[in-house]
Design a protein around this ligand. Sequence first.
Ligand SMILES: *Cc1c(COP(=O)(O)O)cnc(C)c1O
Length: 398
Amino acid sequence: MPGFELFGNAERKEVNDVLDNGVLMRYGFDGMRNGHWKSKELEATLQQTLKSKHVQLVSSGTAAVTVALAVAGVGAGDEVIIPAFTFVASFEAILALGAIPVLVDIDDTLTLDPKAVEKAITSKTKAVMVVQMCGSMGDMDALQKICNKHSLLLIEDACQAIGGTYKGKPLGSIGDLGCFSFDFVKTITCGEGGAVITNNEAYYINADHYSDHGHDHIGNDRGAETHPFLGYNFRISELHAAVGLAQVKRLPDFLAIQKRNYTILREALSAIPEVTFRTVPDGGEESYAFLNFFLPSLEIAQKVSKGFKEQGVDGCFHYFDNNWHYIRKWDHLKELKSLYPISEEIKKNLENLTTKDFSQSDHFIGRNLSCLIKLSWTEDEVKQRAEKMVSVIKQSNI
Ligand SMILES: *Cc1c(COP(=O)(O)O)cnc(C)c1O
């Protein structure tokens, strides 16, 4: 997945354009910029790539999720349904707005189980956030149907799945709003950065203003601009956008490399009958940023994970035992360890997280290994890796 592996002259050239004129900010200073508008150019390129009417760049993927929720009016007391397997940014963004994260079970797509979503809907539910984890996606038709039926927003966190598609549509472009991250380890990197995409003009205008302190961006005197509503600073810098602009032009090449490497590994593992793969919904195509597979039991998954580490097969995560992505190890969330007071309403609603039954998610995450697909591997290296993986799995008593 990581675009940083192939950082090179194209990225340096775009950054140098910005350094040559010294305008590091995305707005204003028209006369000094020598025609360089890297953020605007990156937004235009992403519009094409993601087949979306509007793109607003922001400072991170976490900012993108926050902005997406805010511009659609999600705030104090609103419930947002998210999967129990996700990145911490999902609940961080929801809590930052005073809204309530409602964590529900995943299924074998490794994201929201539509049945669990439907069960979790209450009169306070405002949005469903599907997190397209590890290069693939949820059952978008089923989720869209539920959202339509209950008049809920569907927000797509596609931070880990740029380049994946569902029924011909880029992931991120299907829901009311889509979110992307361009942090250092994502498929396209800016160093730090993110984007919100939408076909809804009102949400876009909100995002344009909200991510820049509520500025209306009318005219070219920032001091004279009005603030139609409260905002925040989630701006990206021109330097970061410049890196992303070079990277996004290389996305087709990155995806082709991912697919080649993924396919070699998948074919090798397919020869082991006990290995099964995550379900990709009908009409979906992964971005091939990760290869996710299931082993027959938690114990075998733990053994294989250990074996991979001993044999130097790096970049394979057993999220069951990992602090990053799964409810099981998020004690800071369960105990609401906050530096500042949290509303009684949120406290009350999160109380049940310590006792809530996530055994369905445990069943999938416990048996899953998620292997990062790198861009810098040669074909020979991938083949050697595949052999090692097969031999470790076969030695793990299955
Ligand atoms: C990386 C990531 C984010 C947050 O992006 P940052 O740019 O690191 O803030 C959000 N959601 C998911 C699923 C991610 O993988």
